[in-house]
Design a protein around this ligand. Structure first.
Ligand code: NDP
Length: 445
């Protein structure tokens, strides 16, 4: 594989798509060796085919606010690769959304979904719409307008979107309602649905639970567990709250959460009624980080800072991409962090990852650690197909098993000569091999 030539060609074709190019480079670097050992991949043009999405839909989303003013946002769906199953991946509503970010997320999703062992291809979508500060009615009108275009592209056996940043149960409900009306079908076309209309128990907390199950497996390799461990978490969204709950349940102490304007440090631990307090604020679309420090006086709010300056044993970045840089990584290492597991997608910069790996800190990437979310979406699809609902215990047991399997695959493909597990390599190689072999079987498409 001529990695530099592939990257130069891609940069020419897609100038300025920083996040997408960053994600492709990371995957190619880690699969280079296995790719070169398998000349059939090269002759079938697997790399050239896997780095480009099958297709991209872009569309305008006009909607009317409560005062009668018309707004227009952009909507996207990137259908990246369906070699092993229908396109599958979340929808993100955030002002920062652009094609580069959705292509990076869709590309990562291919390998993440492959790791889950479930039959799901990779895709991603969303809009630059900002749900913050909008009324319920405005969000409903936006979601309906978004689905008015998207519904033609998706289907339970074609493309099954889910939630992501800015898209939780409420937004999925509004979009699903519109899809149902347009298609006159009640099918598993979206996941993250409400429990009364086709959703799965445990799906809301699955990504966070899965991330902690994965980190638990990492700790196990050093004969450690979460008991008594101090844990720094960033964000407090769909992923972070499930992670905080599970860490607490396993005996760890979560001492931070964060938002775009700073982080909270609570030396007493963020658990129980404090998590419920945060969830209530979140449900009513309010700011959560600052109010926490007013409600619980032992907690301190650190304006404009990130939680990585706090001394911790385990760090779980669960907010957004590139939120943990080289300096943060150096501070974490200096403070003795032993395990960093990415709940978010690509929260650590490549330079930060290098620091962790140089210092032999256990580090695992989002595509392995947060795969429990999409895995449970896969379990939701199975339940929809069977027209059955599994109990929480059953879903949780399957999720736990899937996370253990993903960890095993990472260890199998990522263990280096000195015994250190390079989880980035392990996850990329395991995820890639399955997709590449499927593409070989299916011919040039
Ligand atoms: P949410 O929107 O629910 O939560 C994001 C959280 O991060 C919010 O608390 C938000 O604060 C905070 N945040 C946003 N930007 C920053 C920033 N620059 N610095 C610090 N905090 C910030 O999103 P999700 O929890 O769904 O997703 C988080 C990450 O996990 C994303 O990378 C996503 O792709 C990934 N992921 C999500 C899955 C899921 O099931 N939802 C599955 C797999 C991966 P505020 O609300 O105040 O803006």
């Amino acid at each position: 594989m001529n990695l530099e030539k592939i990257m130069t060609d891609l940069e020419k074709k897609h100038p300025g798509e920083v996040e997408y190019l960053q994600a492709v480079r990371e995957v190619l670097e880690s699969i280079e060796e296995i790719y070169n050992e398998n000349p059939q991949f090269e002759s079938a043009g697997i790399i050239e085919r896997v780095v480009e999405p099958d297709r991209i839909l872009t569309f305008k989303v006009p909607w009317v606010d409560d005062s009668g003013k018309v707004h227009v946002n952009l909507g996207y769906r990137v259908q990246f690769n369906n070699a092993i199953g229908p396109y599958k991946g979340g929808l993100r509503f955030h002002p920062s959304v652009n094609l580069s970010i959705l292509k990076f997320l869709g590309f990562e999703q291919i390998f993440k979904n492959s790791l889950t062992t479930l039959p799901m291809g990779g895709g991603k979508g969303g809009s630059d719409f900002d749900p913050k500060g909008k009324s319920n009615a405005e969000i409903m009108r936006f979601c309906q307008s978004f689905m008015l275009e998207l519904w033609k592209m998706i289907g339970p056996e074609t493309d099954v979107p889910a939630g992501d940043i800015g898209v939780g149960g409420r937004e999925i409900g509004f979009m699903y309602g519109m899809y149902k009306k347009l298609s006159r079908e009640h099918t598993g076309v979206l996941t993250g649905k409400g429990i009364n209309w086709g959703g799965s128990l445990i799906r809301p907390e699955a990504t966070g639970f899965g991330a902690v199950y994965f980190a638990q497996e990492m700790l196990k390799t050093k004969n450690q567990d979460f008991k008594g461990k101090v844990v720094a978490i960033s964000g407090f969204g769909n992923v972070a709250w499930g992670a905080a709950l599970k860490v607490t349940e396993l005996g760890g102490k979560v001492v931070t959460i964060s938002g775009p304007d700073g982080y909270i440090y609570d030396p007493d631990g963020i658990s129980g009624e404090k998590i419920n307090f945060l969830l209530e604020l979140r449900a009513s679309n309010q700011d959560i980080v600052k109010p926490y420090s007013y409600e619980f006086p032992n907690a301190q709010f650190h304006q404009g800072k990130r939680p990585w300056e706090v001394k911790c044993d385990v760090a779980l970045p669960c907010a957004t991409q590139n939120e943990l840089g080289k300096d943060d990584a150096q501070t974490l290492v200096k403070n003795g962090v032993m395990c960093v597991a990415e709940g978010a997608n690509m929260p650590s910069t490549p330079e930060a990852i290098e620091v962790f790996q140089e210092h032999k800190v256990m580090f695992a990437p989002g595509k392995a650690v947060n795969a429990g979310g999409v895995a449970t979406s896969g379990l939701e699809m199975s339940q929809n197909s069977m027209k059955l609902n599994w109990s929480s215990e059953e879903v949780d047991m399957r999720l736990h098993q899937i996370m253990k399997n993903i960890h095993e695959q990472c260890v199998k493909y990522g263990t280096t000569a000195d015994g250190y597990v390079n989880y980035v390599k392990g996850a990329n190689v395991a995820g890639f091999l399955k997709v590449a072999n499927a593409m070989l079987d299916l011919g040039v498409l």
